[in-house]
Design a protein around this ligand. Structure first.
Ligand code: ZN
Length: 354
């Protein structure tokens, strides 16, 4: 992990935001910039200082995982120690992650800072905008996570049968993912069959799988903190005309989008490509979510692929392409793969059969 390189990319951004330091409270951002993945801790970063604040439960882990950081032991809430710590390192304008600090903590901090020179400046998506460009080591970990998910999909396709409940299938998948080396999975396994599959984020129910109905399986694994996210729609028995037509449309939309991806294109433009295929087949209203999302330390991160998204593709980005059609009362189909933008080509990372 090239933390040095990450900090070097961060420093010029501080100037751009007109802040002289940043307080990082978002856990994935903290892990990205320090290597420390304990469940409680904060960073204070300036061009001269790297401070990791955490409590006694994590001090040893923090020293091991973030040897370049000065460890600052804490035993109470942020407003008790942050203003003094920031003043001690000479900060005047401290950036904080507006999307993550709660309103209550913000209020307490402003109270403490009433008489002080230190100003709190909200910043949004600063570290996230660094995370969006993956380093080769990160892509390797993502690829390992994808391989585990690929093999779980192959495994479940062979073992699924009518009469099994969605919950049973979900548990078989979860066990398999963990046994094949996944860390705690990044999001709950989705197994949605028949009418349940019309809900994009359905919870596995005790519904017994029937012959010929669509079954959406949407799963992720995690390796070294990095997630994968893949979906397949399968069925047992024979598919009827609706399932054949819907499946064919979703697959064509997905392949068209993958074929069209180019550096410099936006998440909105690529969403249009897939959406057009689905519209032309008469299912425009039934594709009710964005085409995809970036993935990394978080299962959903930048870039966003969806109507009007201005996020521009660049080498190093990893994201999902997952069109879907959902027909209330009947069911749905979603097909999701992961791609990486390389210097000279687009590569589909996932390999599970469709
Ligand atoms: Zn996804």
């Amino acid at each position: 992990m090239s933390l040095k390189n990450r900090l070097q990319r961060l420093h010029p951004r501080l100037g751009k935001e007109e802040i002289d330091g940043i307080f990082v409270s978002q856990p994935e951002n903290r892990c990205y910039l320090s290597g420390f993945d304990g469940s409680a801790g904060f960073l204070l970063i300036t061009p001269q200082n790297k401070i990791l604040a955490t409590d006694f439960r994590y001090i040893e882990q923090a020293q091991k995982q973030a040897p370049d950081y000065e460890i600052f032991p804490i035993s109470s809430g942020i407003p008790d120690w942050l203003p003094k710590l920031a003043a001690d390192v000479g900060l005047k304008r401290l950036g904080f992650e507006a999307g993550h600090i709660t309103f209550a903590i913000y209020q307490q901090l402003t109270d403490v800072l009433k008489q002080s020179q230190l100003k709190l400046i909200p910043v949004d998506g600063l570290v996230e905008s660094l995370r969006v460009l993956k380093e080769p080591e990160e892509i390797e970990l993502i690829t390992e996570a994808v391989e585990i998910t690929d093999s779980a999909l192959e495994y479940i396709k062979d073992m699924i049968h009518t009469g099994m409940s969605e919950k049973e299938v979900a548990w078989e998948i979860e066990k398999f993912l963990r046994e094949k080396g996944s860390e705690p999975i990044p999001f709950d396994v989705i197994v949605a069959s028949g009418p349940n599959s019309a809900l994009p984020h359905a919870k596995p129910s005790s519904h017994a799988i029937q012959s010929g109905e669509p079954i959406i399986i949407d799963i992720g694994a995690r390796v070294g903190g990095y997630s994968s996210d893949l979906s397949r729609t399968i069925y047992h028995g024979t598919a009827d005309d609706t399932l054949n037509k819907v499946y064919d449309t979703v697959l064509r939309a997905q392949l068209a989008a993958i074929a069209a991806i180019k550096k410099g294109m936006t998440g909105g433009e690529i969403d249009d490509v897939a959406r057009m295929v689905i519209k032309q087949a008469g299912y425009g209203e039934a594709f009710r979510h964005g085409l995809g999302h970036g993935i990394g330390l978080a299962p959903h991160e930048q870039p966003r692929l969806g109507p009007n998204s201005p996020d521009k593709f660049a080498a190093g980005m990893v994201f999902t392409i997952e069109p879907g059609i959902y027909l209330t009362g009947w069911g749905g189909v979603r097909i999701e793969d992961m791609v990486v933008i390389e210097e000279d080509k687009i590569r589909v990372i996932s390999k599970a059969r469709k």
